[in-house]
Design a protein. Structure first.
Lengths: 152, 122
């Protein structure tokens, strides 16, 4: 783990808060405990492909991922199914990443993100240097991992 | 009735876009949801549509490729096109507007951010 640039960290936190509040009307807690490794975890990762390279991954407790999908679709978890839950968190991470990149890059640089990849269990390995940031919403924790020296 | 095609590989994004457009005034429109640019292109070529709302980053055909295809086809000149993407910034927006997009909006959109567009179209 490395120390991330303070301004970048502040932008990252702002992007997460902006997206949760804008899409879900959920207030973000930035002082959360680490995600428990024993929990059921749903993660979404995407690559920053240009003009810099890096990766952003967010791992959610599955109960939070379900709550996110329920809030977006105004349906219960049983009605939604795992594919919709995965899709909802993928879109959320896509928007957080886009907001973050828009804020950290100069406006004259076009940036490219990959299509998000989502799975259950341990999040994928991230290349060093990686920074981990822990948040929670509705008392449920989630962890954001960001890798790529040019992103920090 | 206006026909609106919403192209995004995310079901969540499509649902969110349709909901925002409806709240913003497009309640009576017919919405057709497609998962990629190719499906969107095939649909607008074969059906009379009023508005295409597209994402950028999609499998099979990206939103940028879709705009290029549309600008090459003079039969689709009257189709309005809005790009709604998480990868929007000043440089990207300029590029997409030059390719023929009528507007570029950053995700997440809100009913307020699409209201102006709906007012012009509906």
């Amino acid at each position: 783990m490395v120390l991330i640039n303070a301004e970048t960290l502040s932008t990252l936190r702002r992007s997460v808060g902006f997206t949760f509040e804008g899409m879900l009307f959920m207030e973000l807690d930035e002082n959360a405990a680490e995600l428990c490794a024993d929990s059921d975890i749903v993660w979404t990762a995407l690559e920053v492909k240009s003009p810099v390279e890096g990766k952003i991954c967010i791992a959610f407790e599955k109960s939070l991922a379900i709550k996110i999908a329920e809030s977006l679709f105004v349906l219960s978890g049983e009605e939604l199914g795992d594919d919709v839950v995965f899709d909802a968190v993928a879109e959320l991470v896509n928007i957080i990443s886009g907001h973050f990149m828009k804020e950290v890059l100069p406006g004259d640089k076009v940036f490219e993100l990959s299509i998000p990849e989502t799975g259950e269990g341990c999040p994928p390995e991230m290349e060093e240097p990686t920074h981990e940031e822990n948040f929670s919403v509705a008392d449920r924790p989630f962890s954001l991992f960001i890798s790529g020296a040019q992103l920090m | 009735m206006k026909k609106v095609v919403v192209a995004d590989d995310s079901k969540t994004a499509r649902m969110f876009i349709v909901k925002c457009l409806e709240i913003a005034g497009a309640k009576d429109a017919e919405f057709v949801e497609v998962k990629d640019g190719l499906e969107a292109y095939e649909f607008v070529c074969n059906n009379k549509c009023d508005l295409l709302v597209t994402d950028l980053n999609m499998p099979k055909m990206s939103g940028k490729e879709l705009l290029e295809k549309l600008s090459d086809d003079s039969t689709l000149d009257e189709l309005s096109c809005i790009v709604i993407t998480s990868a929007s910034n000043e440089a990207r927006d300029k590029e997409l507007l030059k390719l023929g997009a009528d507007a570029v909006l950053s995700k997440p959109i809100s009913p307020m951010s699409v209201a102006g567009i709906i007012e012009v179209l509906f």
